[in-house]
Ligand binder design. Structure first.
Ligand SMILES: NC(=O)c1ccc[n+]([C@@H]2O[C@H](COP(=O)([O-])OP(=O)(O)OC[C@H]3O[C@@H](n4cnc5c(N)ncnc54)[C@H](OP(=O)(O)O)[C@@H]3O)[C@@H](O)[C@H]2O)c1
Length: 307
């Protein structure tokens, strides 16, 4: 079977660039929809040049430009969107265009985090998850073939500080642990998220399913992360525990959007939203089980780079 032609929307961004690279590496004919303004930005135009050199077809357009969007969609089988979460609802335009193009065999909407249908922080998240839920329901109502990717935390987001908001590197003396430190979070490197995502596009096992990532060696509680870090630096850290009530006060008192890291920590490491449910019995699939050949970085390997 020929490999599907893949369109990436957001290829000048962080995850989107890795998705485009992974698609090219997996020998999919790869297209990138790029906004006109990106060509004026030296960093973005460098990314565009590198993708083009690697064989991607660069198309100009944006989610708000229906004609260009439909033309781009007509050239491909699969569309993967990697726009920022704040703009999730702009994917309503994309869904309309997918219906108009009539040729898309798989749509992967911009999610790439916790499962928005499973998080238990309703009313606290400034619509971060509810807008992703709205897009899911629209995709399903329109009968668009899809895969939702729930990769949990990117390693670059909280792991670089060992889940210590405000720090740029892991602590060397004192560590703050949220809740009792027992709920487990999941961390995956962006490059690996991209490789697993691209693996799904022609796979019937992922059609109309949620693919979660819970790689062995990447699922840890804050207590466990602290122990792993301590063993790497050869030193015990002084622990301060912040209770659920104290964290909720901190979230209330910190203005938006600075409180978002605390909200993500509350969801993952106090409520246990990333791991409280069983993937199989909730109808999902797990990426490392489907694609054992995909090599990924473990938390321990990532922390080694920070010692
Ligand atoms: N799990 C995690 O820890 C985590 C962390 C961060 C992000 N994420 C997820 O990863 C996904 C991508 O986020 P990111 O941080 O990689 O994004 P990003 O770096 O901000 O890049 C966003 C991309 O979307 C493009 N874009 C924005 N609006 C557009 C529009 N209207 N039409 C066409 N293109 C548009 C941007 O184009 P320009 O270059 O022209 O602006 C850029 O290429 C999101 O779903 C986000 O939730 C997950």
């Amino acid at each position: 079977m020929d490999r599907s032609r893949v369109l990436i929307i957001g290829a000048t961004g962080n995850l989107g660039y890795h998705l485009a690279k992974a698609s090219i590496n997996a020998s999919h004919p790869t297209f990138a929809l790029v906004r006109d303004s990106a060509f004026d930005d030296p960093q973005k135009s460098q990314k565009i040049g590198s993708l083009s050199d690697a064989g991607a077809v660069i198309l100009k357009g944006a989610l708000e430009e229906e004609k260009r969007l439909v033309e781009a969609l007509k050239q491909v089988d699969v569309v993967i969107c990697a726009i920022p979460s704040k703009q999730a609802l702009a994917q309503q335009n994309l869904i309309r265009a997918i219906k108009l193009a009539g040729s898309i065999k798989r749509f992967i909407p911009s999610e790439f985090g916790a499962d928005p249908d499973k998080v238990r922080i309703h009313g606290m998240d400034y619509n971060f998850y509810s807008s992703k839920v709205d897009i899911r329901r629209l995709v399903e109502a329109e009968g668009i073939p899809h895969t939702y990717i729930c990769c949990n935390f990117f390693m670059s987001v909280l792991l670089t500080s060992l889940v210590q908001p405000g720090l740029k590197t892991p602590p060397r003396d004192k560590v703050t642990i949220f809740g009792d430190g027992e709920a487990k979070g999941v961390f995956v490197k962006e490059e690996d998220v991209a490789a697993f995502t691209i693996s799904t596009v022609d796979d019937p096992r992922t059609l109309n399913k949620v693919m979660y990532l819970r790689p062995a060696g990447n699922v840890y509680s804050m207590n466990e992360l602290t122990e792993i870090w301590e063993s790497k630096i050869g030193k015990k850290l002084e622990r301060t525990y912040i209770s659920e009530e104290e964290l909720l006060i901190k979230i209330k008192e910190t203005p938006y959007p600075d409180n978002m890291p605390f909200i993500f920590i509350y969801s993952a490491f106090v409520k246990g939203d990333l791991t409280y449910f069983d993937i199989e019995s909730s109808g999902g699939v797990e990426g490392t089980q489907l694609y054992p050949q995909v090599k990924y970085a473990t938390v321990s390997e990532f922390l080694d780079t920070l010692v």
